[in-house]
Design a binder for this molecule. Sequence first.
Ligand code: PEP
Length: 242
Amino acid sequence: MAKPLIVGNWKMFGRCADLAEIGALAAGLGGAVQRIDAVICPPSVYIAAAAALARGGPIAVGAQDCSIEHANAARTGEVSAAMLAEAGARYCIVGHSERRANHGEEGAAVRAKAEAALAAGLIPVVCVGETRPEREAGRAVDAVRAQVREAVPETDLPLAIAYEPVWAIGGDRPPAAAEIAAVHAAVRALNGRARILYGGAVGPANAAEIFAIANVDGALVGRASLKAADFAAIILSHPAAG
Ligand code: PEP
């Protein structure tokens, strides 16, 4: 069984003072998580400070996005994967539905970002997920399969795929366990090596149930990763934490 991976995406929340949550999280986890990879992805300007705080502890630091450019380039406002790695990131989320919706990033661009992350030695977390109309039309599995084919690079390097139904993100109800299981099985059939995470409305109250679903290798967590107590409760509810 793959080592579970639980990633917190702070999005554009959390200021300098909130980096203290990383220390509180490490203290809350104690030695219980040697068998789980736990990651916090703060806004990119805080990655270096977060990595310094996390050094030597049980939490790794990740980025929420990277440029498709591998080398230095005239890309105003962008940050390369190599720069993120230099700042202390070890993971990089790519293709989050908010990037897809707000920045028009789709298959080829997401794949290029994942490849840039891999080239810089980062572990990409490639997000895929159906919209509500796709789910209601019975096309969730097909939509996710298409996104995986387009956006996930062929590689032997470590990589994670996060299944995040767009309609569940920021809401209070994940899909039914059987619905999550069906999508994860379809993703597993396409990619036998990647860790497959579930994301969307994961919290302390439902994490254990989600971690028990076949082919769920961990979680991508938004709101509930902002407070150390909630994120620690999610991580500690994984059977591998025991
Ligand atoms: C997310 O945005 O990736 C996410 C999973 O958000 P939330 O956990 O808040 O639903």
